[in-house]
Design a protein around this ligand. Structure first.
Ligand code: ZN
Length: 112
């Protein structure tokens, strides 16, 4: 056991907050992702703009979704005795790294 109960609780809270925030921004991004209406009134250029913005939204959306899944996964594992140890080398991951990137299951060395 590398983490104290207090550290685990802190991490759990942190992850829950991040998950809530991600779910919120995913919902917002999804609302901005309505199909571009083939409406001549908005004009060709602004239609192109809209499509470009949607491309950007689409990629932050998929990034947010990936992070959300990883965080949810990490949150489920937080009570495992080996949570907080590197999946590659088995060394303890520093609490500062866990707090900054709770979804990571590798130490800095192995992540590189
Ligand atoms: Zn490692």
């Amino acid at each position: 056991m590398t983490l104290t109960t207090q550290q685990r609780n802190e991490l759990r809270e942190r992850m829950q907050r991040e998950i809530d925030g991600l779910e919120e921004s995913i919902a917002r991004l999804e609302q901005g992702l309505n199909p571009v209406a083939p409406d001549a009134a908005i004009g060709r250029l602004s239609r192109l703009d809209t499509m470009l913005n949607q491309g950007i939204n689409q990629s932050s959306l998929s990034q947010s979704r990936t992070r959300l899944v990883r965080l949810q996964h990490a949150l489920k594992r937080i009570d495992d005795p080996d949570f907080g140890t590197c999946a590659e080398c088995g060394e303890a991951i520093p609490i500062a790294r866990l707090l900054a990137l709770p979804e990571c299951d590798c130490c800095v060395e192995c992540a590189e």
